[in-house]
Design a binder for this molecule. Sequence first.
Ligand code: SF4
Length: 370
Amino acid sequence: MFTQKKITDNWDYFYKEIQQTAAAAVEKILSGNAAEQRPVENFAALISPAAAPFLEQMMQLSKRITQERFGKNMQLFIPMYLSNECQNICTYCGFSFTNKIPRKTLTDAEILQEIDIVKSYGYDNILLLTGEHDKLVGIDYLLHAVKLVKQHFSQVSIEVQPMEQHEYKLLKDAGVYAVLVYQETYHKEVYKTYHPKGKKSNFEYRLDTPDRLGKAGVYKIGLGVLLGLEDWRTDSYFNALHLDYLQKTYWQTKYSVSFPRIRPHEGDFAPKSVLSEKELVQLICAYRICFPDVELSLSSRERAQFRDIVLPYGITSMSAGSKTEPGGYSDSEALKQFEIHDDRTPAEIAAMIRSKQYEPVWKDWDAVLI
Ligand code: SF4
């Protein structure tokens, strides 16, 4: 288990190590010949302040590695929120338990209505999301929802509350392809202040979730931190160490990393550590250079122009046409979890991708292939 490695006890040590990286160390990494010679240890140097002047070089290397591994393809995905019920208090989230908002969990009829709209956009893969509520959106609700949705999509992924290994096995058997679970922050003490109540306040249980997923044999695990809760460099380095550990332990599993940056929501949460767009590009490139096979995902939280520019430099999947509230595709009046900054339609984003000589991909995997 990753918790047994006690890595997260050494936040200050890794923070200093990243800050004190010398430019010569970055130059040495970038002058290497093969991507395989750049292991996770180099990740700290590539996200350091010392690497900032080498951004153009990192972008070109990242672009080359991405095209070699993934071709000129961009997978599109769309989230479908099934519920905004949540028993947790997360101080940065619009769905937090104490927020007085209308709560909603979709019925079968409402899910089918959403499916009709999402299918009409051209999608054959979907990401299902819920808040974290044992009774209302626990394993029974999710299994039922997955079975219903799976009849209409080749690929179903979920981003829901952390579960037990046997529950993940049930979900996999019901047709779930990927499970996304973000640690939010790897800073143990600070984590508690952002998650004061509910099951999510258990730092270790969340940290061991990818291990339970790996043991359950889920095909793909999505990782990430909520960029802005703590120093983004140290958090990202821990995420990279976690990814490295998982890749070595559950080597048959695929992995993806997402880059959610804190955005405004009801309650006006201000990020502690602001990650600029330039730094976000540096982070994306560092992942690509050190983890050539990992899928990297950029959501419509980011503004349209930025997503257009960053497209060739490491990203392999993008959301398009997203709504972040339950029932959002048929009725957009309910409260959002966070603001979308790129509100173009899936067709508009697909056209943008084609204009850059890339191919938009609406699904890249099917259960019949295994
Ligand atoms: S981040 Fe997730 S667990 Fe936390 S309040 Fe929002 S929906 Fe609930």
